[in-house]
Design a protein around this ligand. Structure first.
Ligand code: HAM
Length: 423
């Protein structure tokens, strides 16, 4: 019997990985422009890290983590997200002593045992960014601007939704009011929400069950409970965004699925993805560094879901694949041996060369060159080798030119004369 990939774990085939690389390159470009540096983190952490950071009563920690006992009885977990690891590393390496503000980004796989469906996998990838050390609204707006710029560069139409989750001052009053509200609708809530209501009432706003969504439609929202400082913070974030003409809407129901958030929280949504339409999520987490044993340093960040974005970019039917700089079509074995060294010399200099070793006729090789989108084809046959010249076919102009250049010329010179048809 054939062995297939594990449910929820998938292969990324070349057509898709080309888009993936383009997305990653654009993200790196914008992250660098905004002053972020890369941090490369392990995929396995102590289970306790996620339980403490993400929250014991979240779906992720309650039901979705890949947790195992190591041979020394330590409980370890495949990371379900990157923020907890960044903060663990930030504290472990005392990064707060080195820089007043740390701007870090990471790219890599995350693992959550969710029910797989379109756009939702058990291994997925995130491009995440965190800013540690600043709590002013300008920073929140800057992070959202970065996302706006990146999605604009990718020519994607998205919606940014923002909300404020308040602080330790304003949250308790909201929790109390939400708990009372939940108790009054207890019978309409799902078993999970009923169980969580006492410990973490905010979770009832995040439940995806249609019954719970209906029952909580008129639940008290945090925006009505914000203290003056949180209210002003939120107003200023919005004013900065308006100043830079960033479109956004306030969604008072947006509570996010992780417990560490406070104040500004946001999600980026895209059309055409079905139910899994969030391509990015993030927000402020001012108490988290201290909660994990570090100093009282504020933080904010986001994570982009790579698979979902790649799906969107694919649906745009753009040509993302790299095209060969040159396709070499040898017509017999001797020409093939010769072509082998020419291709090697050009590749050494970084040119993308396709060498057809199928020994098929010229017509079939031309069809393949066309399919790959090669602009130039170098034809080498008995005749060509006899006179020491190749023939260059310009696939766009559909013309042939004898190539008088010495095929032993340095790679760059050879490519230049091919491109300029310097014959
Ligand atoms: P999150 O909302 O859980 O936030 O995940 C961020 C993004 O990862 C989602 O918007 C989605 O695009 C993608 N994603 C999540 N789960 C899956 C899945 N099962 N399959 C495919 N894609 C998925 C976080 O992880 C926070 N750490 C973000 C953050 C950083 N907050 C502050 N800093």
């Amino acid at each position: 019997m054939n062995i297939s990939a594990v449910r929820g774990f998938r292969d990324v085939l070349p057509q898709e990985s080309a888009i993936w690389q383009e997305l990653e390159a654009q993200a790196r470009r914008y992250l660098t422009a905004y002053g972020f540096a890369e941090i490369i983190l392990p995929v396995v952490e102590k289970t306790e890290l996620f339980a403490r950071a993400i929250g014991e009563t979240t779906d992720i920690v309650e039901k979705e983590m890949y947790t195992f006992t190591d041979r020394d009885d330590a409980s370890l977990t495949l990371r379900p997200e990157g923020t907890a690891s960044v903060i663990r590393a930030y504290i472990e390496h005392s990064l707060f002593h080195k820089e007043p503000v740390s701007k870090l980004f990471y790219i890599g796989p995350m693992f959550r045992r969710e029910r797989p469906q379109k756009g939702r996998y058990r291994q997925f990838h995130q491009i995440g960014a965190e800013i540690l050390g600043r709590d002013d609204p300008l920073i929140d707006a800057e992070l959202l601007l970065l996302l706006h710029d990146l999605f604009t560069a990718l020519q994607l139409t998205i919606t940014i939704e923002v909300n404020s989750l308040g602080c330790t001052l304003c949250r308790p009053r909201h929790r109390e009011s939400l708990r009372t509200f939940g108790e009054s609708r207890l019978a309409a809530l799902c078993a999970n929400c009923q169980a969580r209501l006492q410990r973490n009432p905010l979770r009832i706003l995040d439940c995806k069950e249609p019954g719970c969504r209906q029952a909580t439609a008129d639940a008290p929202m945090l925006t009505a409970f914000l203290c003056p400082a949180c209210g002003e913070h939120f107003d200023r974030v919005q004013a900065y965004l308006r100043q830079e003409q960033v479109c956004f809407s306030v969604n008072p129901r947006l509570v996010r699925g992780l417990d560490y958030y406070c104040r500004t929280s946001f999600e980026v949504l895209a059309q055409g993805l079905g139910a899994q339409n969030a391509v990015c999520g993030g927000g402020r987490y001012d108490g988290l560094v201290a909660q994990l044993g570090g100093p009282a340093v504020p933080g904010i960040g986001f994570a982009i879901g790579v698979e979902r974005l790649v799906m969107l970019l694919q649906s745009h039917e753009r040509q993302h694949l790299l095209h060969p700089d040159l396709f070499i079509a040898p017509l017999d074995e001797r020409a093939e041996t010769y072509a082998f060294s020419v291709a090697h010399r050009l590749r050494q200099e970084g040119y993308y060369i396709e060498l057809d070793s199928s020994r098929r006729g010229l017509k079939a090789q031309m069809r393949r060159a066309d399919k790959l989108g090669a602009r130039y084809v170098l034809i080498l046959g008995e005749q060509e080798l006899a006179v020491g010249k190749g023939t260059i076919r310009d696939m766009q102009a559909k013309t042939d030119h004898p190539l008088a250049v010495d095929l032993t010329l340095p790679a760059q010179k050879m490519m230049e004369s091919i491109q300029l048809k310097n014959i």
